[in-house]
Design a protein. Sequence first.
Length: 208
Amino acid sequence: MENFSSKLLQTAVEEFSKLPGIGRKTSLRLVLHLLRQDKQDVEFFSQAISRLRKDVVYCKSCHNISDREICDICSSPRREKSLVCVVEDLRDVIAIENTGQYHGLYHVLGGIISPMDGIGPDDLNIQTLIERVKSNDIKEVILALSTTMEGDTTNFYIYRKLQDQNIKISAIARGIAIGDELEYADEVTLGRSIMNRTPYQLNIPNPK
């Protein structure tokens, strides 16, 4: 246990070390870095973190993180409103947007079905997706979850819930290796996987 000369320093180090992937040595290095910065810069940093937690909201339409009730993507007149891409979280939205290949809307589930972690369908934004499909002129839903067992389970659950709707249900092409997370795929591979998506039925071993 380090012996700090300042309780304020110790408290700051302890708070930084609560962040994922940040050990106490890295935390101390970050705190000392802040101490070397101008007071105004540190104040801006502090305000940005405070406002993030206090003012950030979730889009009422797609559940993406937003500054307003309806996010910029959902409200943009340049987006294809009949196309909805289902993703796990904000990181996947960013990854797909970075490809520049997709121009539809999104639906952020807020996770994937994972019984081992106690996460079931009711814990995710799946029901609002179903309601969105029923109440809007949506022609295609793209299932773009990570190619893991949990991602595939969630894909299949959503497919079963939507298969009776008069829409096309597709899945990203398997250019993403099995077990890969979307956010770590390179932009070219991910872009091709979106553009070369296939009907979801083709991804089911024995469709009935």
